[in-house]
Design a protein around this ligand. Structure first.
Ligand code: F6R
Length: 242
């Protein structure tokens, strides 16, 4: 695990975007596993700028997002579909048919999980999986539990997660109670994992995830078992690491 700590958000964003750009420059057909939330926004901004400058192209790449809320239509302003359009997809030259996000409005969410897994099966392996970190140690929406699921599944969101994400909705009670998420098996199968964490409020969970015991009660701790993990932290998120 390669842990890098940055003094400024700008340096962190440039480093994160640089890793993704480097991958696309050497492997234009790379399959990217992508995340939403506050953490990757600055990295997506850098990628959009790099693409505008003509230094990188997404035209042959494909993308699989980690998760989506159950019950939200794609057009909902807080859907992860909308998020990805706003922050990345509509600003770069990626082919829309190669941008995959679970459909949260599918009438049968379980069948949607099977469909998503079969698409993932077809590509075989994600080349680079971008991850943020939940305050409770979740990756994707794999919440702490006695057991974790390997493949895509429907998950009930913990109250802490719903509260943390309430900022993206008009009212806290509008945050959906369930989501569809890629499983930890798929995440850990990725060739390389790029974990990004920012802020003092994540320092405790960063310490637990990276230096604590490997346990399903902190899903991100399973990343310790992966051979190619790069962690980019701001100095606050990394402040408790020894
Ligand atoms: C989002 C996702 C989540 C977030 C995590 C951190 O697609 O899978 O695991 O990465 O909840 O969210 P932020 O970045 O908003 O703190």
């Amino acid at each position: 695990m390669n842990i890098l700590t940055f003094r400024s958000q700008d340096e962190l964003n440039k480093a994160g975007a640089g890793i993704i750009t480097g991958l696309l420059q050497t492997n234009p057909k790379a399959c990217l596993g992508l995340a939403t939330g506050g953490t990757p926004v600055g990295i997506y901004r850098e990628l959009v700028e790099t693409c505008r400058q003509g230094l990188v192209s997404f035209s042959k790449a494909s993308a699989f997002n980690l998760d989506e809320y159950v019950g939200l239509d794609r057009s909902h302003p807080a859907s992860y579909y909308t998020f990805m359009q706003e922050h990345l997809f509509s600003h770069v030259d990626i082919a829309p048919e190669r941008c995959h996000i679970p459909d949260g409005s599918a009438p049968d969410p379980e069948a949607e999980c099977v469909r998503y897994d079969s698409l993932l099966e077809e590509i075989g392996q994600i080349d680079l999986q971008l991850l943020g970190l939940g305050h409770n140690g979740h990756i994707g929406f794999n919440e702490p539990d006695e057991e974790l699921e390997r493949g895509t599944h429907v998950v009930e969101l913990q109250e802490q997660t719903r509260q943390a994400n309430a900022r993206f909705f008009d009212r806290p009670d509008q945050v959906p109670t369930h989501a569809i998420t890629m499983g930890v098996g798929t995440i850990l199968k990725a060739k390389t994992i790029l974990l990004i964490v920012r802020g003092r409020d994540k320092a405790e969970i960063v310490k637990r995830a990276l230096q604590g015991p490997i346990t399903t009660e902190c899903p991100a701790s399973l990343l310790q078992t992966h051979p190619h993990v790069v962690v980019l932290l701001d100095s606050e998120a990394g402040s408790l690491l020894s």
